[in-house]
Write a protein that binds this ligand. Sequence first.
Ligand code: SAM
Length: 197
Amino acid sequence: MLKKILNLGFKSTILCVRDRIKHSILYHKYKFSKWHIGASLNCKLYQKQVVNMVNSLDNIDCCIELGCGLGHMLNGISLPKKIGIDLNPNTIKGANALGLSNVTFIHGSFEKINGVIDNKDNVLLLMINWTHGLETDILIEKIKELNISYVLLDRIKDNIKDEYEFHHSIDKLNEHFEIVDIVDSVDKIRQFVLLKI
Ligand SMILES: C[S@@+](CC[C@H](N)C(=O)[O-])C[C@H]1O[C@@H](n2cnc3c(N)ncnc32)[C@H](O)[C@@H]1O
């Protein structure tokens, strides 16, 4: 507990408790995965890190987050167009009920992406903390079908064993896409990889 407070800082710890209470109320109403109760920019340092990475990118005016959960990262991202897509319909109901500003939420997955894009050159696709359940070849195939120019995803570091099925090696990603940036996550479990498609 003390370690957590030291990691987050006092202010974020208080705000995290507030977020957890809000999410718990929504959880009882909408029955999304319990994981989302403790997930917000105040509770998860990696979420803040992703938001800062996206906000520092040039030439992007639309962010589509696949696997958006309750949408906290999109809420922190400063771009004119923000779309959150999630496979779980109850999570989308929770995200809509949370009422975060300027984000459109859609239930679905990869198949919904091309339909919401106006101009591929300015679109970043964000996929964080779930593609470790997707086989690397399938992930690559799915990305290639999309009408987008950048992807920011996380991969699990090579030294992390057991918990995560697919790590998505840098070499394999590099065979198919240009790797623009690789950043170690604050949680030391993953790396954020920016790909140009
Ligand atoms: C662990 S949560 C992470 C949420 C958010 N990306 C974050 O890092 O805070 C994973 C989310 O991805 C969603 N998800 C899992 N597989 C998906 C898929 N194939 N397409 C879209 N969403 C998916 C889940 O429903 C869940 O909301």
